[in-house]
Design a protein around this ligand. Structure first.
Ligand SMILES: [Zn+2]
Length: 168
């Protein structure tokens, strides 16, 4: 999803390029094609775990779409993070030192919002979004998986990221 966005003038921090969910039965990882679909799965992951057969023509007998390994850096999102409200976009960028992912929302008016406080102010100032509340948003960072952080000599080449909805 990152590849299609217009590039900002200065190099941006790495963002998510692949979405994946882990099957609750066979534990294989399945790629999820869009952020929206991924957020839908993630938003109710505890009540409705993900299984291979949620993808068309896929079963647990098929090989995994993607392996959890250090060929890319993995970040694991918290299950049941709310689905991004219509018109908003939730973006995540990884700090260059791999310490943390920073979350921000882009509002339908094009404003970047980086915290619950900023968001509360935005909602107050924009009564057209009065049906939304701060709890429809989450600024909780996904966990950057230490064992998939590249060693320093491959840092320059590490712009591939995956987000997942594993429960760990
Ligand atoms: Zn499976």
């Amino acid at each position: 999803m990152v590849k299609d966005s217009p590039k900002p003038p200065k190099p941006s921090n790495p963002s998510v390029s692949i979405w994946a969910a882990q099957c609750g039965k066979c534990l294989k990882w399945r790629m999820i094609s869009t952020q929206e679909e991924f957020e839908e799965i993630r938003s109710k992951f505890i009540e409705e775990p993900f299984f291979c057969n949620k993808k068309p023509n896929v079963s647990c007998d098929d090989p995994a779409d993607i392996e959890y390994d250090s060929s890319r850096t993995w970040v694991i999102d918290k299950p049941n993070t709310p689905k991004t409200p219509n018109g908003f976009k939730r973006n995540m960028t990884l700090r260059r030192d791999y310490s943390k992912m920073d979350i921000y929302y882009v509002t339908p008016t094009g404003k970047r919002v980086r915290s619950s406080t900023e968001l509360a102010t935005f909602l107050q100032q924009n009564p057209e979004f009065s049906d939304l509340s701060v709890s429809d948003f989450s600024f909780t960072s996904p966990k950057v998986m230490d064992d998939t952080i590249p060693s320093s000599d491959v840092l320059a080449n590490s712009n591939k990221k995956a987000a997942t909805s594993n429960t760990k």
